[in-house]
Design a protein. Structure first.
Length: 255
């Protein structure tokens, strides 16, 4: 059973810092949030929460108010699996709704399949903007040397789709739309561009970008630039990302 609650004590912020460092291994690089800033945000009424499993902190999330009546979730990190990330998001949603907020926004790496599936298919959030190299070149153990492309993602808290998913109601099949064409395919582990002139197109991402960075940096860079060109290009044209299907493809539609 996962318990999520707001944090207020320095010892708790230190535990969050340790969990984040265990995930990203920042080394000499600057962490995305400091203990002191967590303290200040919590004291000022910002969002700083921790997830506990049998009394042990196993995840944390830090956010701040943003324009458009929103909470911006700046950084969230959890132990893998066991529903910890979902529990944190549900707590974040309740916190925001209690304060009259309408949306939660956050950024994530568009090449991370697991995160794309979680954000789009499980939570019902939708990307709104492609941000090339948003944080510059990263220096943590997971992202080291990579360009930090991000998708700005919006979670409309009272949308019927979101409400149904937070109640964990059936989502229906996660299959490929029958009329879709593949605008970016995974062929033998490498990105191959295809046609984009269709009402619905699919954009593939690699199976394991973190492992690929270590094993084959050149192919990892090829994926980074291909997804930036295709997905980023389609979004710049005004097309909408409406889902993530087959745990492999972004679904992009012409509205």
């Amino acid at each position: 059973m996962v318990e999520v609650r707001e944090l207020h004590e320095m010892a708790e912020f230190e535990q969050v810092d340790a969990v984040f460092d265990d995930i990203w291994h920042f080394g000499t690089g600057a962490p995305p949030i400091t203990i002191e800033l967590m303290r200040a945000l919590a004291h000022a009424g910002g969002y700083v929460a921790g997830a506990f499993e049998r009394g042990r902190l196993v995840g944390g999330s830090v956010g701040f108010l943003a324009s458009g009546n929103a909470l911006h979730s700046h950084v969230t990190g959890t132990a893998a699996g066991r529903g910890i990330g979902f529990a944190l998001k549900l707590h974040q949603r309740r916190w925001a709704l209690e304060r009259g907020l309408e949306r939660i926004t956050w950024t994530y790496d568009p090449l991370m399949r697991r995160n794309a599936h979680f954000n789009l298919a499980k939570l019902g959030a939708r990307p709104s903007e492609y941000l090339p190299c948003f944080y510059g070149v990263m220096d943590d153990a997971i992202n080291r040397g990579d360009e930090s492309d991000r998708l700005l993602t919006v979670w409309p808290l009272s949308h019927p789709r979101v409400e149904a998913l937070t109640r964990q109601e059936a989502r229906g099949p996660d299959g490929v739309p029958p009329d879709a064409v593949v605008a970016l395919a995974d062929v033998g582990g490498r990105p191959v561009a295809g046609p984009v002139d269709a009402a619905t197109v699919l954009v593939a991402v690699p199976a394991d970008i973190a492992g690929l960075r270590d094993a084959d940096p050149g192919t990892a860079k090829a994926w980074r630039h291909a997804v930036r060109d295709v997905l980023g290009g389609l979004m710049a044209e005004g097309r909408a990302v409406t889902g993530f299907c087959g745990k492999s493809y972004y679904v992009v539609e012409r509205l």
